[in-house]
Structures are given as structure tokens and as C-alpha cells.
Design a protein around this ligand. Structure first.
Ligand SMILES: O=C(O)C(=O)C[C@H](O)[C@H](O)CO
Ligand SMILES: [Mg+2]
Length: 403
């Protein structure tokens, strides 16, 4: 199991993905996702210059040791670039270990805790009516849980809403950051109306979710949480930026709406205070950005002690490699909550052949040894990298705000 080669494949079948391939002397290889949306080449440089040369000749089976070699050994700890690079190595090594054992990854983690994992899809529309149509489409396709994001009158472009109804939403839509204008008051006045309409049309059984995308202050988030209480959301996500973990204590005092956070977290330490105080209900840290299976397992275990469940980030900017590994993790993790799912384009699915499948609002894990996702390297070469940036938000007076 000696590592003989390690290299990156950067491809853009509709959007950019960075994939790490680690090859062992026996020929068994593993792949890991190293995609950090809008900062892809920073991770490429980190891996190529500082990580991959030191992997050659190491024993691929020593996953824990390699994790600490890259984390402690770097001296400079944490941060999204470092932790994405470590995650790519970690997931590739777990893939190798599971392939060498002849087992699907979930078996190595401890076996199945469930037969299938519930996902939530994304309904988006320029206005409430268009959004309800998208919710209806998801329900027809079998989804049991739907994230609902609608345009807000008076706000031209908003996170989570496609430019045209019926088109998929892709936030990294320009070479340089697009500038959006944000109004908290217009947003806060609109969201409760959206959820009233959803419940009226779809009844009480559908799980509904909403992503605030970090744009409120704690007291504004508390107001929103209270006002949507009658509509029983599955969760309200990222209602404030989470650098200040104590902010969630304030929000929690005011509302019983369940709270989810963590897609931008890269370490247990980003979530420790939130979890230990039971200020959140779902932790969204992702394998790709939070140090891979080895580290996210620690986050999930801590969360489990405090009734916090997982709800992994799963937008299209995480590659099928991340999604495939996440489905194995979700199938095993005892305190699973839900898995986010934004379908990839056909071109992406062709570059990344995989064995997971969507059925009746759930993912069913595959039985191929490893995490069940591969990369077609010659096809990947046909899609060269294109610089793409996430937008920024400004308040109506021009102040730079959270996007
Ligand atoms: O999927 C979500 O909940 C997101 O908030 C998606 C993020 O905006 C996206 O991953 C940014 O790259
Ligand atoms: Mg989000």
C-alpha cells in the first residue's frame, strides 16, 4: 500500500472541480474531492507544492497518521484551503482502504445504520408562484424535503434563486464577483408570506427548509425564526454569520425553529461551542471542506452527544466524489439528519461515473468497493478550468454585506 503517485485533475464540465488521485504501488488508487468554490487554484497550489511531494513513499493504509502529519505537521492549522487539501487526501485514502478490503466504504465505517438517506432538493422561483411550481415538481419527483428560496420584490438578484425560472441555480456565475444589492427589511417582510403559501398549498407533511445565507443580525434572525414558527420548518440555515458562536445563544432564546449551520466550517473548533451549548440542531460541515472522513467523524460524534444531527452541505460545487463519500457516511452515521442534494449536470455525471442512486426522495448507497465514484480522466481533459467567482452583496447605501 505504498503511495507511488499523487496528482490533481482540474476540470470544468459546466463548473470547476478539483480531484486528487492517489495511486499505490499495487495499482489500487483512490480519489478525493478538493474543490473550494471560487478558490480552486489556491487548493491546487497548496496540494501540489506542499502536500503531494511528501506523500510519495508513505503507507496509504496509515490514514490517521497521514491526517496528523498534514494537520499538526503543517504548523499553520485549519482554514478552508488547508482543510480542503487534507480532506482530499483523507477521502482518497479511505477510498483506497475500502477498495483494498473489497468493501463499500460504509462497511469500514461500521456498517449501515439505515437503508437509505433522506435528501432535500432546491426549489427556486423568481416569485412565490414560480417557486410553488418548483416545489410541486420536486414533490412529483418523490422528494420528501424541499428547500424553498424565492425572489423578493425590490431585490434584483438574491442567493438561491436562478436568473430564469426553470433554469438550475449556479452562484459562481461570473469571472469576477458580481455585485448584488441586499435589503434586510424587504427580505424579512417577504419570507413568512412564502412559507404561509407553501403550507397552504402542500399541507403539513412536506419537510421545508430555508437558507438565510448568513445575512441577518442575531436579533433579526430571532424575529424570522419566530415568525416562521407556525410553518414548522425542518430547519432555518445559516441565519447569521457564525464566527461569533455566542450569537446562536441569543437566537435560540427566542425561537423553536430548528437551526442549521456549518457549510463554511472547516474544523471541529468552529462548531464546538455551538454544539456543547445545544444552540443548533443540525451541523452542516462537509467532508470536502472539513478535513475529510477522519475529521468530520469527530464532529459528528461530538454532535451526537448533544442531540445535534448531521445535514451535510451538498450543492453542485461539491463534486460527485464528495457526494458519493457523503452518502456512505450518511448511511453509517448514527445521528444522521438529512443530506442536501443539487443534481449535477449530465456532463459532470459523465466525468464522474458513480454508483449511488436517487429513489423516492432518498439516496441509496452503492456496493462497489471504495466510495463508488471514479473519474474519467480523458473526458475531464475536454473541459478546461474557467475562472468563476461567487457574488458579493452590498446594502442599498453601498456598504459591503454578507452574501
Ligand atoms: O447549498 C447551500 O446551502 C449553499 O449555501 C451553497 C453555497 O452558497 C455554495 O456552496 C457556495 O459555494
Ligand atoms: Mg447554505
Amino acid at each position: 500500500m505504498i503511495i507511488s503517485d499523487a496528482y490533481l485533475i482540474v476540470t470544468s464540465p459546466g463548473r470547476n472541480f478539483v480531484t486528487l488521485k492517489i495511486v499505490t504501488e499495487s495499482g489500487v488508487y483512490g480519489i478525493g474531492d478538493a474543490t473550494l468554490n471560487g478558490r480552486e487554484l489556491a487548493v491546487v497550489a497548496y496540494l501540489e507544492e506542499h502536500v503531494l511531494p511528501s506523500l510519495i513513499g508513505r503507507d496509504a493504509s496509515r490514514i490517521e497518521d497521514i491526517w496528523h502529519f498534514l494537520y499538526r505537521g503543517a504548523y499553520w492549522r485549519r482554514g478552508p484551503v488547508t482543510m480542503t487539501a487534507i480532506a482530499a487526501v483523507d477521502v482518497a485514502l479511505w477510498d483506497i482502504k475500502a477498495k483494498a478490503a473489497g468493501m463499500p466504504l460504509y462497511q469500514l465505517l461500521g456498517g449501515k445504520s439505515r437503508d437509505r438517506v433522506m435528501v432535500y432538493g432546491h426549489a427556486t422561483g423568481r416569485d412565490i408562484e414560480a417557486c410553488l411550481e418548483e416545489v410541486a415538481r420536486h414533490v412529483k419527483e418523490g422528494y420528501k424535503a424541499v428547500r424553498v428560496q424565492a425572489g423578493v420584490p425590490g431585490i434584483a438578484s438574491i442567493y438561491g434563486v436562478a436568473k430564469k425560472d426553470g433554469e438550475p441555480y449556479e452562484p459562481a456565475d461570473a469571472e469576477l464577483p458580481a455585485e448584488h444589492v441586499w435589503s434586510t427589511s424587504k427580505y424579512l417582510n417577504h419570507v413568512p408570506k412564502l412559507f404561509a403559501a407553501v403550507r397552504e398549498r402542500f399541507g403539513d407533511d412536506l419537510h421545508v427548509l430555508h437558507d438565510v445565507h448568513h445575512r441577518l443580525t442575531p436579533i433579526e434572525a430571532a424575529r424570522l425564526g419566530k415568525e416562521v414558527e407556525p410553518y414548522h420548518l425542518f430547519w432555518l440555515e445559516d441565519c447569521v454569520p457564525a464566527e461569533n458562536q455566542e450569537a446562536f445563544g441569543l437566537i435560540r432564546q427566542h425561537t423553536t425553529t430548528p437551526l442549521a449551520v456549518g457549510e463554511v466550517f472547516n474544523s471541529l473548533f468552529d462548531a464546538k461551542t455551538l454544539i456543547e451549548n445545544q444552540w443548533i440542531d443540525y451541523i452542516r460541515a462537509t467532508l470536502t471542506h472539513a478535513g475529510g472522513i477522519t475529521h468530520v467523524r469527530r464532529i459528528a460524534d461530538l454532535a451526537g452527544l448533544y442531540h445535534v444531527r448531521t445535514g451535510f452541505h451538498g450543492p453542485t460545487d461539491l463534486s460527485p466524489v464528495c457526494l458519493g463519500a457523503a452518502i456512505h457516511f450518511d448511511t453509517w452515521v448514527p445521528n444522521f439528519g438529512i443530506q442536501e442534494y443539487m443534481p449535477h449536470t449530465n456532463a459532470t455525471d459523465e466525468v464522474f461515473p458513480h454508483d449511488y442512486r436517487f429513489e423516492d426522495g432518498h439516496f441509496i448507497v452503492g456496493e462497489t468497493p471504495g466510495h463508488g465514484v471514479d473519474i474519467d480522466e480523458s473526458l475531464a481533459k475536454q473541459y478546461p478550468y474557467k475562472r468563476a467567482s461567487l457574488p458579493v452583496n452590498r446594502l442599498e447605501d453601498g456598504t459591503l454585506w454578507h452574501w
